[in-house]
Design a protein around this ligand. Sequence first.
Ligand code: AHR
Length: 499
Amino acid sequence: HNGTLSIDPAFTVAPVNRRVFGSFVEHMGRCVYGGIYEPGHPTADDSGFRGDVLALVRELGVTAVRYPGGNFVSGYRWEDGVGPVGDRPTRLDPAWRTVETNAFGLNEFMEWSRKAEVEPIMAMNLGTRGLQEAVDLLEYANHPEGTALSDARVEHGVKEPHGIRMWCLGNEMDGPWQLGHKTATEYGRLAAETARAMRQFDPGLELVACGSSGRSMPTFGSWEATVLEHTYDVVDLVSAHAYYQLDGEDVASFLASSVDMDLFIREVIATADHVGAKLSSAKRINIAFDEWNVWYLREMQAGGLPDDWTEAPRLSEDAYTALDAVVVGSLLITLLKHADRVTVACQAQLVNTISAIRCEPDGPAWRQSIFHPFALTARHAQGEVLDLRLDVPTLSTSKHGDVPVLDSVATWDAATGRLAVFVVNRDPAEEVAVSAQLRGFGEVGLVEATLVGDDDLFAVNTVDEPDRVVPTAHPAAAMDGTILRATLPPASWSMFLLQ
Ligand code: AHR
């Protein structure tokens, strides 16, 4: 195939919001215990935080981290995780059939996020708990001192208030699997009351209402509409969650997963704006895509949760393939294309569980294949997001119909004169000769051309071979006057940097 891209600095969408390079740390499997936190590990600091994992988190370029769940949060008592560790109760976490020691809680997470240089996004339990516990947590975390709750924090060794700005009002409350699952009306009322109360403490908070836990949920669309009718004036964002996996041998549909994500985003925007129109509101609700990734959920469902209650069992330690990395790269393209409305996004999750980073107890940490497109995009997507015009052939897929064979987005940083172009070739079998017209950028040269993909689409990085799947230099990309020319291999993700 041949494809052309037209890129112009005038076609701006919105500035790159750094929060779209967020991630997610849940008390699930070995994400916290044996992931970011492993006292006694050779690289652990005095607080028990693994130094090798911290270094990889920084290299990944993660900017914000949602915590502590996920399904876990809907049964969580935040008070269990603060105060002297020896006094903290051990509890059962029914969401993941796990014994929770509470050795790691809010204050540990906040200390870790400072070391990781990420903004915290705190989720609250609106499953088994409600308004009072939410405002208690807010007061404990953010009030300076002089009240019972804020003084308790000071006694717990944290003098300065945490100043957490962004809060999620529950998690996936539309899902029947969720502890305390609610109807849209029940949840909408609870979320609105909780948001209103939180704003009485601090009007400047940024609040996220739960949207749908997937586009295929039977309540999708009506859930968002009802929840936003209750919460429109008191929340800033509505969440969206999506996980994709390869079904059988249908590589073409899997490579086109971002078509579904794109529709999901458009449909949530349409629904939110419809509610805004009904309310005659000039306010716009944005999207926090606060869980997204490739996840082999089917395998987890087939295996079921552990029979025995244990601490930090291995859950969903998916070993990601080169193909998964291409899909992750294309999902990032889609998130960036919607920079005007998707202002927060969190890849789920960060370490060991459904993660970009893996590590072994007492052993090494390594980058999964999906680490690479994330790190490259987070580092090089700077400035303004540009809306491209594509002229490319279509590819027929069984799940998504006919889809453009390429998808692409660019970012332009006028201050540095740096243009970054991200392109995915979703064709599993054919290469695409692409030419990108860059007339509007003056004289730019190609600085770097990087490829993620592999002749073996199922190659993975393992503890023994941690660098099996790594980015490589694009073989024959070059400038031809104002035109960038390159050949995109089948099932590949590419990044071109120009200056
Ligand atoms: O990220 C894993 C789980 O996926 C989360 O706990 C839940 O919110 C979602 O269903």
